[in-house]
Design a protein around this ligand. Structure first.
Ligand SMILES: [Zn+2]
Length: 279
């Protein structure tokens, strides 16, 4: 089913076993169209059916917010079927090279700050790393709304995990979009977020509160990643365990970089404590 916000159409394409949430694929213009993300391979029939409903327009360009499987697994095939030119930020290339599920040709790089115009819609590419190194948001500079990929979801902030995620970058990116007052935020998963700046500030505060909790935990004891995780979160469902652990690792790495905690290696395990413990 085609959904829309103002004149911007998007379709929710399913992700099968990859994740419960579907991915919003944005369809800009009427013929030719420009797509933002294409979704996973299992969702491809839904995207093709939607294009069919729209009279099978030419697809001239595919912009990718980032190269994660639920956004870009079908990109190569859609490119092959349509001849579209594929564009994304080059900082995605290392993660793409390490990805075994899909490969995507980069026909033309997108630069931070570049204005991309299609069918009368002007979009500014804004580099918003953190969830992924070359994650882009596409902001309409006059009306100040934005298609923001996984910067947020319709129901919360996004999972950020190693090795390609970076928590400080993620916080900075949320702040960058909040400072510009972008609203609404059209995310890749879920409904538009219609209190953009407030929602972003709320997510930033929550992450910083989490950080304070970690510092408190490490005040008088030395803990491993798993020990920190188990004290912060009770009863984590098995399928979320690696995401949650990854999130804890990124928090610890950030605090360590800032010199607020120290790491000691005991056996194969890293243990963390507040610096004061070692003085
Ligand atoms: Zn993602």
């Amino acid at each position: 089913m085609i959904r829309s916000w103002n004149e911007i159409n998007y379709v929710e394409v399913p992700n099968g076993d990859i994740m419960d949430d579907s991915t919003n694929v944005f369809i800009i213009g009427t013929d030719p169209v420009m797509l933002i993300d294409t979704g996973s391979v299992v969702g491809m029939p839904v995207l093709l059916e939607t294009l069919n409903t729209l009279g099978n327009p030419n697809v001239s360009t595919i912009l990718l917010t980032h190269v994660h499987i639920d956004h870009a697994e079908s990109t190569e095939e859609i490119r092959r079927l349509t001849g579209a030119s594929v564009r994304f930020h080059e900082a995605e290339l290392p993660e793409l090279a390490a990805t075994t599920t899909h490969d995507i040709p980069l026909d033309e790089r997108i630069e931070d700050g570049e204005i991309i115009e299609h069918a009368g819609v002007r979009l500014e590419a804004v580099l918003t790393p953190g969830h992924a190194a070359g994650h882009l948001s596409f902001v309409e500079p006059a009306e100040n709304w934005g298609i923001v990929g996984d910067l947020v979801t319709g129901s919360g902030s996004s999972a950020v995990f190693p090795p390609w995620g970076d928590l400080q970058d993620y916080l900075d990116s949320m702040q960058r979009i909040a400072d510009r007052g972008i609203n609404p935020l059209l995310p890749s998963h879920g409904d538009p977020v219609t209190n953009g700046p407030e929602a972003l500030q709320h997510f930033i505060r929550r992450r910083l509160q989490r950080e304070e909790q970690i510092l408190e935990l490490l005040d008088d004891q030395e803990l491993s990643v798993e020990e920190v995780r188990d004290r912060l979160y009770e009863n984590v469902p098995q399928d979320l365990l690696s995401d949650v652990t990854g999130n804890v690792i990124l928090h610890l790495e950030k605090l360590e970089r800032e010199g607020r905690i120290t790491r000691s290696e005991s056996g194969k395990e890293s243990r963390f404590s507040r610096e004061s413990l070692n003085r």
